[in-house]
Write a protein that binds this ligand. Structure first.
Ligand code: AMP
Ligand code: ZN
Ligand code: FE
Ligand code: FE
Length: 292
């Protein structure tokens, strides 16, 4: 059984529709794929229908933008009830903050002579739950200012660059609690990715386990082998679920093809068991997944 537990569609900053994403998962030989758009579950119904059509098991998930001790942390949530009011409030706050900074980003880029308009950006995010930096990047590609999304981030959109504007992140500890309350399971996405720093530390992760954290995404393209080994050891020490995934974004992210990293079936079974227990404890109806 081949399992990929972290992918994006056009509902956030992927380039496939949810149905195209699931069809691509089937074509690449995956048996199970999770749809985990940033801060939105709007792609779930279409992805689940496509899963039934293509014979792929779809795990409904989300990747939530959070902040912990001043660091950005992406938190994956699986099999939660997305209607929990406090969770909806946090997600709406993140989505609104993401979209609200577009005018400022555009005017900051105009100040350095780039002929970009807000409409150029919104054309790129027509099907998305919010408009983010990846859509500004796509607009810069469409205008011929840069050749690829990565180049747009490196030159204009990363922290400290002319187009950068900060936005709201939800408090990590509160979101871990809310996903548990919504009957779901949490996994920290690429815990030591990108920044290159070992944040959060094992001690911090132990504190998060006490709040209900369920697992760590160990096998991710941002993690070199030494990082994977260290994270696997922490997961073992703290009895956490270990996941692996592609973080596929269609053509929006190079080097992240579907199934490039996968999750062990025994780890997925642990995740499903934990989700069933969380759902029972929360007394909330949550999505159910039956493995092939
Ligand atoms: P935002 O939430 O609007 O600030 O956009 C952040 C998102 O942009 C991240 O979650 C990534 O999916 C994406 N991203 C960040 N850095 C890059 C990069 N260098 N190339 C492509 N996508 C990126
Ligand atoms: Zn993304
Ligand atoms: Fe992420
Ligand atoms: Fe992601």
């Amino acid at each position: 059984m081949r399992i990929d537990l972290h992918t994006h569609s056009r509902v956030s900053d992927g380039t496939d529709s949810p149905a195209e994403l699931v069809a691509a998962a089937a074509a690449s030989g995956l048996d199970v794929v999770a749809i985990t758009d940033h801060d939105s579950t709007a792609g779930w119904p279409e992805a689940l229908a496509a899963g039934a059509e293509h014979g792929v098991t779809v795990v409904p998930g989300i990747e939530i933008s959070t902040e912990y001790a001043g660091h950005s942390v992406h938190l994956l949530g699986y099999l939660l009830d997305p209607t929990l009011p406090e969770l909806v409030t946090q997600l709406d706050h993140v989505l609104a903050g993401r979209s609200a900074r577009v005018p400022t980003m555009v005017s900051q880029l105009q100040e350095i002579g780039i002929p970009i308009t807000e409409d150029d950006v919104y054309q790129q995010s027509a099907e998305a739950a919010a408009t983010g930096r990846p859509h500004v990047a796509d607009a810069l590609v469409a205008l011929g200012v840069v050749g690829h999304r990565n180049e747009a981030f490196d030159r204009y959109l990363s922290w400290g660059r002319q187009g950068f504007v900060d936005r709201y992140n939800a408090p990590l500890e509160e979101v871990i609690r809310l996903v548990a309350e919504a009957g779901g399971v949490t996994v920290i996405a690429h815990p030591w990715g990108r920044s290159g720093r070992h944040e959060p530390s094992e001690e911090h992760i132990a504190g998060l386990v006490a709040l209900g954290l369920g697992g760590l995404e160990v096998d991710h393209q941002d993690h070199p082998p030494s990082t994977r080994d260290a994270l696997r050891a922490i997961a073992r020490n703290l009895d956490l679920i270990v996941t692996g995934s592609s973080d596929y974004h269609g053509t929006g992210k190079t080097g992240h093809p579907l199934g490039v990293n996968t999750t062990d079936p025994a780890e997925l079974r642990r995740l499903l068991d934990r989700a069933a227990a969380a759902s029972a404890a929360a007394g909330r109806p949550t999505p159910q997944v039956v493995l092939p």
